[in-house]
Design a binder for this molecule. Structure first.
Ligand code: BDR
Ligand code: CA
Length: 313
């Protein structure tokens, strides 16, 4: 497999943290050019701090980290402390990071990187609201044609919503940004709740990660215990969904996932259904397909990959 250049755009978040660790543990396949933080699960000062904590935990001090947009394009920021805790990374305390943030703004880094790297060689991996990506596309429309692919976590069709009855959190927080991204013409692969709700971190899977026995695996164990309590209570069942790592796992093992290339539009007008991903799963319109919407995964394969990779750090 050719080494793929990626930028991870993220709002950590315990599940973002696991996604970042999965990417950093896979240097043979993935070249992480940078991590760009955005406001989402918690405000920007915390998401950019957490990105530094995670890279430091992984011992990847050379990873460039940039702070980006502090608020959605047109809306007041909605956060998710009720899921992720006050810090966004509740569940395992780690020291304040010494790793500095880079001086540049995340949006400038995204634009600059896409203009410098060979056309079609950089994949964007958004794990939070799409504010940084949409701002970059608006400010520098020339970069759209240079992106290899966007593989993002967001949206839902059959599972409908998790922050409102109609919408998934990442899209709900900044629907105007999502609308820009889905209309950009860039090849998009979407990991919606329909697939992430099948990636459940149940007790045996969590135990396998803890059994790695490294300080990093203990941190992941603590985060997961805290993070999954909310969804286990909400949905019942034996484990919470591990959303964001599906994006990185897809880059490493696309064979573990299946979906359909369909039309996906974002609801921005209605208050009731704000941020809904209107996915034409049954192809009942003649609207042009603009995204591969993933619906299923091999959960055992996914957790096997994750555990094997975390053991490398
Ligand atoms: C998404 O929202 C956040 O809470 C998670 O980190 C994930 O990116 C799931 O709806
Ligand atoms: Ca996230």
């Amino acid at each position: 497999m050719a080494r793929r250049k990626i930028i991870i755009d993220t709002d950590p978040g315990q599940d973002d943290a696991v996604a970042i660790l999965l990417a950093l543990s896979s240097p043979e396949e993935l070249d992480v050019l940078g991590i760009t933080a955005v406001a989402g699960n918690v405000p920007l000062p915390l998401t950019s701090r957490n990105a530094r904590v995670i890279c430091e935990l992984a011992g990847k001090h050379e990873t460039p980290i940039f702070a980006g947009c502090a608020a959605p394009l047109q809306r007041r920021l909605v956060t998710a402390e009720h899921v992720h805790g006050k810090t966004g990374l509740d569940g395992y305390d780690l020291p304040d990071p010494t790793l500095p943030l880079r001086d540049a703004h995340a949006v400038d880094f995204i634009i600059e990187t896409l203009r410098t790297e060979a056309p079609g060689s950089v994949t964007l991996c958004p794990l939070g609201p799409l504010t940084n990506i949409a701002t970059a596309l608006t400010r520098a429309p020339d970069i759209a044609g240079r992106v290899q692919e966007i593989v993002l976590m967001g949206g839902a069709y059959f599972e409908v919503g998790n922050i409102t009855p109609a919408a998934e959190f990442n899209i709900y927080v900044d629907p105007e940004a999502a609308d820009i991204v889905f209309k950009s013409g860039i090849p998009i692969t979407v990991m919606p709740l329909d697939v992430t709700h099948k990636a459940l971190i149940n007790p045996p899977r969590l135990e396998a990660i803890r059994a790695i026995g490294t300080p990093l695996s203990q941190a992941v164990g603590g985060w997961m215990d805290f993070y999954e309590r909310f969804d286990v209570e909400k949905y019942g069942g034996a484990g919470g969904p591990l959303h964001d790592p599906t994006v990185i796992a897809y880059l490493l093992r696309p064979d573990l996932f299946s979906g359909k290339h369909i039309n996906v539009e974002i609801e921005t007008a209605s208050d009731l259904t704000r941020g809904m991903t209107v996915a034409d799963w049954w192809r009942v319109t003649d609207r042009k397909a603009n995204a591969t919407f993933v619906g299923d995964l091999n959960a055992e394969g996914f957790f096997g990959l994750l555990t094997e990779r975390l053991a490398r750090l």
